[in-house]
Design a protein around this ligand. Structure first.
Ligand SMILES: O=C(O)CCC(=O)C(=O)O
Length: 277
């Protein structure tokens, strides 16, 4: 799908909540010309960042702290492409969910999410920087999303909301999301037999391409090369009323230790170290 006008995006994709790959728009962004691991490393080398270790959505929640420049310089030096799940099993360290414009407001003009901004009342933006082989397992975000690939390539698997019983929603808590119990690389057909019926749509996101992931759609994302992405989440009025109010309430209870504290993606099981969501 080449360049999309706002009215067409609204009518054909946003309102019916149908995913779409959008080409020829982000390619023009300054981010696609300027952003690299070195670029970020130089923005604030001493900044402490939290790295996810491995696939925290289906596996154990684990984090590590690092100095931004050390992590990103390591990625530049180690940078090589892997195909598919070659590196499966190693706990990749992933600078995920970086609140990019809160930390670096000067980068706001490097991207243009006006397609989503025109349809929504409230947005939040995250950057994702990591090596080849990072895996964000199957989950639903209860908020509309455009994921934009800035450099490197990612594979995305999408499953419609109608397949939810076969995705085995997990009890692990994640803010504003529902996680699946199933990870295809370690799928146990006896425990999760219905997953055999799931037919995901598989997409490879190239630099400069964007993917609209409507709220309620399951998705799983793996980087095929060292990768920089950014996404914009946005709520329209129905999202604020139907989903955000519930998510905020549950998150308040979670922070007080009254909900989902046995297993979550924001607190380690064995220590109190946590990351802000
Ligand atoms: O890029 C990734 O690793 C995950 C992105 C994602 O899950 C999202 O944008 O909702």
């Amino acid at each position: 799908m080449p360049r999309l006008e706002s009215a067409e995006f609204a009518a054909r994709y946003f309102r019916p909540r149908q995913p779409v790959v959008i080409t020829d728009m982000a390619t023009q962004w300054p981010a696609c010309q300027r952003w690299s691991f070195d670029f970020f490393a130089q923005l604030d080398p001493d900044r402490a960042v939290t790295l996810e270790k491995g696939n925290v959505l289906q596996d154990e929640t684990a984090f590590e702290s690092a100095r931004m420049a050390d992590y990103l310089t390591g990625l530049t030096q180690a940078g090589h492409a892997v195909s598919g799940a070659e590196d499966e099993g190693t706990a990749k360290r992933y600078l995920s969910m970086l609140r990019i414009f809160e930390q670096f407001p000067q980068l706001r003009a490097d991207v243009d999410f006006s397609l989503l901004e025109a349809m929504t009342l409230k947005q939040v933006y995250f950057a994702w920087l990591g090596p080849a082989g990072t895996l964000t397992g199957y989950h639903i975000d209860w908020i509309d999303n455009i994921l934009a690939q800035i450099s490197g390539r990612k594979r995305v698997w999408l499953v419609p909301p109608s397949a939810s019983p076969a995705m085995y929603p997990s009890s692990k808590y994640d803010y504003r999301s529902t996680l699946s119990e199933v990870e295809p690389n370690t799928w146990d057909a006896k425990r999760h037999p219905l997953f055999a019926t799931v037919r995901p749509v598989e997409i490879t996101l190239e630099p400069g391409q964007m993917l609209f992931i409507p709220r309620g759609w399951w998705h799983r994302v793996m980087s095929l090369t060292p990768s920089i992405s950014i996404n914009a989440f946005g709520h329209d009025l129905s999202g604020l009323l139907l989903y955000q109010s519930r998510a905020s309430l549950l998150h308040g209870l979670h922070q007080l230790g009254l909900y989902g504290r046995e297993d979550c993606t924001c607190h380690k099981k064995t220590a109190d170290s946590k990351r802000a969501k």
